[in-house]
Design a protein. Structure first.
Lengths: 337, 294
């Protein structure tokens, strides 16, 4: 494992540093607000999908209720700012804590459920939160939504131009990726992999089932809520249909699955591919046909490549490598003869 | 007293609408071990199909239902061949998200064909009401209730009294053992899936004169029907019917007492409680809830 880590470090230095430099320079390179806005949307979905992947990919619980945590983050940050004047930065932390507690509770009551039953339980949970967001009008103003009063400034996480949101989004994605890597290298990460592969065997070897699943669910929920709070300050208007709706849960899952479920960088790759593609298709074909293609893509990906685009790329790379090796081998034999 | 009876009747009729959907979904769930997220989309297709036939030819909606059902059966066969069969033995993510993708695909195909406008089928009997003992009973509601109950009873008799039905039950119990006994498992899957979704299409046709028709109409049913299937127990036909009637009653009673939002909230909370306390449902076999995929 130490070799893997050293290898990972070398990769980080070789690819990561130049990439980080380019990413930091994007707002100065891209002056067009449309493209930068698209970039920020990619970052947001990448962060949400990466957060979902901690619960779904690492812990093996395919949640269809993550929009609930987006909603908790978005509404907590907005309401604290709106009602009490508390900075959304602090609101983001409070929202993450609330969602984390909620995620832990959901993790604790669903940990025994397997397969479709887990999916349905998270789905029902997400719908309960959505119904609450729509109908608890005294708090959320229901379908009318909430507008963040614009009192700009870094202390309020509200800016008149969108460049700062690029950096916040980048920070959010870095945070979710960092947490994912930290989990993978920790005891919890190995526990989760063992549980995902064979729960009964893992349990018999002393893996703490409940604690591991609850931790993964809570961390995933807290990070998702951070994404929700970021969304609220970026768009500066929230309503149930853009935060807690079932479709949001599906979309988060779709991005992660297209990229590569259970891999560190898969969900990010998924966002980089899916978000701009969806934008282009919508402009080109209109909403209905674009979503049709969305559904078709989901079907084809899960049937033909359940490990996502990253899995396809890895398989191609492995094949190329083995072919290169095969090409080398006969030449050596030839020289010897 | 009168009011209580009226709520009871409304609840049972509403539950009847759910029953045939739930029976189909529970069979797919129990036999194929596939969570069919697209199930209510076939009902939506039935509604749109009947609307389209009625609009273009003026045919009575009930006769149109007879024409639309075989079309949906064919579509079910196609979906099974192209998608469902390929998910068997695949990782869980494939099983869950393939039907979710199918649901998005069908919804938006209809959206593209007929736009998001709200449609309705109006007939002379749409608003017809019977008044036995001073109760108000909608005639089209009663018709769809009766058909749903007959359909469910017929399916149950088929499953328990015929050899083919018993073969389906055998596959539900143990796929490998059934295959070893010479049962063609793929054929069983094909017919279970396509007949179940055709039943959903029939239900859609029957309720077309009752409710507004729009591409996302399935969304408001599918989760409720999942609640029913889990309450009734995986793969249990009588369980699904009883749970459907129960959910209909809960919805009608809670809707009257606390408003529609609370009605929905109430059975989701019951659902979560049941999932946690008794995941095999009220009528299911213990252990049936364990995922049999890879």
């Amino acid at each position: 494992m130490a070799g893997g880590r050293a290898n990972g470090l070398r990769w980080t230095l070789l690819v990561g540093l130049p990439l980080a430099a380019v990413l930091l320079a994007v707002p100065t390179l891209v002056s067009d607000a449309f493209w930068l806005g698209l970039g920020i949307t990619v970052l947001l979905w990448a962060a949400l999908a990466t957060a979902w992947n901690i619960s779904a990919g690492l812990a093996g619980g395919l949640s269809l209720g993550h929009a609930a945590y987006v909603g908790v983050g978005a509404y907590t940050a907005t309401l604290l700012f709106l009602r009490l004047g508390i900075s959304p930065w602090l609101g983001l932390l409070v929202g993450a804590a609330l969602a984390g507690a909620l995620g832990a509770a959901i993790g604790a009551i669903t940990f025994r459920l397997r397969g479709p039953f887990f999916v349905l339980a998270t789905l029902a949970f997400g719908i309960v939160v959505h119904i609450a967001a729509v109908n608890w009008r005294g708090l959320t103003r229901g379908a009318a939504g909430l507008l963040l009063p614009f009192r700009g400034g870094p202390q309020n996480m509200l800016f008149a131009n969108i460049e700062p949101y690029w950096y916040i989004g980048l920070g959010l994605l870095a945070l979710t990726l960092g947490v994912t890597v930290a989990i993978r290298w920790s005891r919890l990460g190995y526990f989760l992999v063992a549980l995902r592969e064979d729960e009964d065997a893992a349990r018999s070897l002393g893996v703490r089932v409940v604690r591991s699943k609850v931790a993964a669910s809570a961390i995933s929920a807290a990070l998702t809520a951070c994404g929700g709070a970021f969304y609220a300050t970026y768009i500066q208007y929230i309503d149930p249909s853009s935060t807690t709706q079932f479709e949001i849960s599906v979309q988060i899952a779709l991005v992660a699955i297209v990229g590569g479920l259970g891999t560190t960088l898969g969900p990010t790759l998924g966002a980089v591919v899916v978000v701009p593609l969806a934008e282009v298709l919508r402009a080109w074909l209109g909403g209905g046909p674009a979503l049709m293609l969305y559904g078709l893509t989901l079907i084809v990906i899960v049937l033909a490549a359940p490990h996502g685009l990253l899995g396809v790329m890895q398989r191609l790379a492995a094949r190329l490598r083995s072919r290169a090796r095969r090409l080398e081998a006969p030449q050596e034999g030839g020289r010897r003869a | 007293m009168q009011l209580t009876l009226q709520i009871l009747v409304n609840g049972l009729l509403l539950g009847g609408l759910y029953a045939l959907l739930a029976v189909g979904l529970t069979l797919i769930f129990g036999v194929l071990r596939v969570v069919n997220f697209a199930h209510a989309e076939f009902m939506m297709l039935g509604m749109f199909g009947v609307f389209w036939v009625w609009r273009t030819t003026g045919l009575d909606p009930y006769l149109a239902t007879l024409a639309v059902t075989p079309a949906i059966l064919l579509l079910g066969i196609l979906c099974d061949r192209l998608i469902i069969q390929r998910t068997i033995g695949a990782p869980e993510v494939t099983v869950v998200f393939a039907t979710l993708g199918l649901s998005i695909l069908l919804q938006n195909a209809v959206l593209t064909l007929w736009t998001a406008d709200i449609r309705s089928v109006t007939t002379a009997y749409s608003g017809m009401v019977l008044t036995p003992f001073g109760l108000r009973v909608s005639v089209p509601m009663l018709i769809s209730f009766v058909v749903a109950m007959l359909g469910a009873a017929g399916l149950w008799l088929f499953l328990t009294r015929t050899l083919y039905g018993k073969a389906i039950q055998a596959v539900a119990q143990n796929r490998e053992a059934a295959a070893l006994m010479g049962i063609d498992v793929r054929r069983i899957y094909l017919w279970t899936f396509s007949v179940a979704v055709a039943a959903a299409g029939t239900m859609g046709g029957l309720i077309a004169p009752l409710f507004t028709i729009y591409p996302r109409v399935g969304m408001s049913y599918i989760v409720t029907v999942f609640v029913i299937v889990v309450l009734g127990g995986l793969g249990s036909v009588p369980g699904a019917v009883l749970a459907a009637l129960l959910v209909g009653l809960i919805e009608a009673a809670a809707g009257f007492l606390f408003g529609a939002a609370w009605a929905e909230l109430s059975y989701f909370l019951i659902f979560l409680a049941v999932l946690i306390a008794r995941p095999q449902g009220f009528f299911g076999r213990r252990g049936a809830e364990v995922f049999a995929g890879r």
